[in-house]
Design a protein around this ligand. Structure first.
Ligand code: KG4
Ligand code: ZN
Length: 339
């Protein structure tokens, strides 16, 4: 059974064709990062317009790669929450039009659940439930994930910034450009993570996170050296690398320790890493070390399934459809999450 997936919640336009909820026949992603770069973050109106001009070429590319027609797909799955509302509406409208024209059911999908579902697509044989850390530009949360249909129980979440957002803000502060995560990782590789002492908020007794104190500490450190927003010019390349490395290490330490505690508390021996920040090399290595130490199973999806993509949407849409999810055209897009 083929499913057509559509994802337009933020700054990636993506269309995928997935067979039986699992085999990815095509997963085409067009990133708008270049358009938003000079603003240091995603500009919602620019994102919506870019989705509008890109959605049909990306659809054609995905169908060509999958060697099928839209009519061959049994369902259309689309991200309808959470995200930028104008951006979501482009994908939702395209999905409804395709479903209407071809007489197919359309399954609305939650973007966060789709990130978690990417874990199952990456490792379908793994025993569930697992404790999954979802780390993206908009969200940082721990879930207990598993079951049929797949469900996610929220264990804890960030009280302020998402981890990816903190990466993006620190990158801006250090003048490293957008998107910040890959830029910080690149520069941090040449720095000493112990050179600058930065705080870690463990919020003991909860599974919640907080990154605003860390972000502010980086700001004060940079200012104390005469730098400021985009003022990294005042810092030497070595100093910039040390701050980036110290920041990245602090984020990794918190994410790893809190995930470990959540898994212990839940009595679960499988942990997963999902979302855009899961592309971070040192974070992946730290999770691999944790799993090896504890004898736990680690699910680490490939980069293409970590960052925003439509394959995870088609996958989750299929699972929901098989489980009897609502499938009429009568649904809306929402900027907020369900919880
Ligand atoms: O999941 P995603 O593609 O979009 C959202 O739903 O937010 O995540 C994007 C986030 C951005 O904040 C970006 O800076 C971060 O993921 N990111 C990284 C890396 N690659 C992407 N953060 C740290 N290290 C990376 N290598
Ligand atoms: Zn995402």
């Amino acid at each position: 059974m083929l499913a057509l997936g559509i994802e337009t919640s933020c700054d990636e336009t993506s269309v995928a064709v997935v067979e039986d909820g699992r085999h990815i026949r095509a997963n085409v992603v067009s990133s708008q990062a270049r358009l938003h770069e000079r603003f240091g973050g995603v500009v919602p109106e620019i994102a919506s317009r870019a989705h509008l001009s890109t959605i049909l070429p990306v659809l054609d590319a995905a169908l060509a790669e999958a060697r099928c027609r839209a009519a061959d797909c049994e369902i259309v799955a689309v991200t309808h929450r959470p995200g930028l509302i104008g951006a979501l509406l482009v994908g939702v409208t395209a999905a409804k039009a395709l479903a209407f024209v071809h007489g197919r059911p359309v399954v609305p999908v939650d973007h966060l659940q789709a990130h978690l579902y990417a874990l199952r697509m990456a490792a379908p044989e793994v025993e569930e439930p697992m404790v999954a850390l979802l780390v993206s530009g908009g969200h940082t949360a721990l879930y207990r994930f598993g079951g049929t249909p797949p469900t996610a129980r929220l264990l804890g979440r960030t009280l302020d910034d998402a981890a990816g957002e903190a990466f993006d803000k620190v990158a801006k502060l250090l003048g490293l450009g957008y998107p910040g995560g890959p830029a910080v990782q690149r520069v941090a590789a040449g720095g000493d993570p112990r050179a600058v002492a930065l705080p870690r908020a463990f919020l003991e007794g909860t599974h919640d996170f907080s990154f605003s104190g860390l972000k502010t500490a980086v700001l004060y450190h940079v200012r104390a050296r005469g730098g400021g927003p985009n003022g990294a010019a005042r810092l030497t390349a070595r100093e910039t690398a040390d701050v980036a490395a110290g920041f990245q290490q602090a984020v990794v330490d918190v994410l790893v320790r809190k995930t470990a505690r959540a898994a212990e508390a839940e009595g679960v021996r499988v942990v997963g890493l999902a979302g855009g920040v899961a592309a971070n090399g040192p974070l992946r290595e730290a999770f691999a070390r944790l799993a090896a130490e504890r004898g736990w199973t680690l699910v680490l999806p490939p980069f293409s399934l970590c960052t925003d993509n439509a394959a995870m949407v088609a996958g989750l849409g299929t699972a929901l459809y098989v489980a009897g999810a609502a499938r009429s055209l009568d649904f809306d897009a929402y900027d907020h999450a369900t919880e």
